[in-house]
Design a binder for this molecule. Structure first.
Ligand SMILES: Nc1ncnc2c1ncn2[C@@H]1O[C@H](COP(=O)(O)OP(=O)(O)OP(=O)(O)O)[C@@H](O)[C@H]1O
Ligand SMILES: [Mg+2]
Length: 260
């Protein structure tokens, strides 16, 4: 018998597709039988060619209504969360960095953090208290203290967007973080922010589980994930350690395409 109690995230035979428009024919599944287990404290990386379904997976885990599960299930901390709305998932400790990628007019970073913290933990800190709480993290993440007074994502560089996400992750203290690094425009600085940010957070919170979707070998080199998975055509076709990422670097995805 396997001990599933320690599993933080358990994805079983997941099939999902974009939610069809009212009256329209549903399209084919994009996720086609995906299995994955993330235990506490583990860092998992998912790599895969464009269009293999990585962002669909992230969206489905988030509970984005634009996607629907057609079969299979998602267990989080022992609960079947397959049908849970996004806010309930967030409250229970699932964190999705791309949840709020857009500019929200007139809302500063600190106001946003305050609202998110209240939703996640039911803690209502004053702006001043939150400012104190973020100070240490701003230092650790190499951020200027004026950063929190800027408006959310307004004119943010790639690196600043990443700092903002990492800051959210630090303050909201999730149990499971899902990071979809799809942005092909990430420069070295932004990649380093993600890598050092995750490392700093893990120092304090060794039980944090991380699912990192990325195309960047360099990010994996810096993070040294415990597991690397290759996703092709809506399924995980290979799982292993860093040697898998090295094989991918050498042979490309071709070597994995026949594997499913
Ligand atoms: N809302 C949607 N409506 C229609 N098709 C969709 C939708 N979302 C995703 N798809 C299709 O599903 C497939 C997988 O897309 P997805 O964005 O999950 O890939 P990805 O692995 O994240 O790719 P990338 O590496 O480019 O980020 C693609 O063919 C895409 O066109
Ligand atoms: Mg994507």
């Amino acid at each position: 018998m396997t001990d599933t109690a320690a599993d933080l995230l358990r994805i079983e035979d997941l099939h999902a597709r974009p939610t069809p428009e009212e009256g329209a024919d549903p399209g084919a599944d994009i996720l086609k039988g995906l299995d994955l287990v993330v235990r506490r404290g583990e860092v998992h990386a998912i790599m895969g060619p464009n269009g293999s379904g990585k962002s669909t997976l992230a969206n489905t885990l988030l509970g984005n209504p634009a996607y629907e599960v057609t079969s299979g299930r998602i267990l989080y901390d022992g609960d079947d969360v397959t049908e849970w709305p996004t806010d309930v998932r967030a409250k229970s400790g699932m964190f999705l960095a791309f949840q709020y990628p857009q500019e929200i007019q007139g809302v500063s970073v600190i106001q946003f953090l305050r609202q998110a913290l209240s939703a996640r933990k039911g803690i209502d800190l004053s702006v001043l208290e939150l400012r104190l709480a973020t100070m240490d993290w701003m230092k650790r993440l190499g951020m200027d203290s004026s950063f929190v007074d800027r408006y959310l994502n307004e004119g943010f560089s790639g690196g600043e967007k990443k700092r903002n996400e990492i800051m959210q992750m630090a303050i909201l203290e999730p149990e499971l973080a899902i990071l979809d690094e799809t942005d092909s425009g990430l420069d070295i600085d932004a990649l380093r922010v993600v890598a050092t940010g995750i490392r700093e957070i893990r120092k304090d919170r060794s039980q944090l589980g991380i699912l990192l979707i990325t195309h960047y070998q360099r990010l994996l080199d810096e993070l040294q994930p415990d597991f690397v998975h290759i996703m092709v055509a809506g399924r995980i076709v290979a799982s292993g350690g860093m040697e898998l990422a090295e094989r991918l670097e050498r042979d490309g995805y071709e070597a994995f395409r026949g594997a499913d």
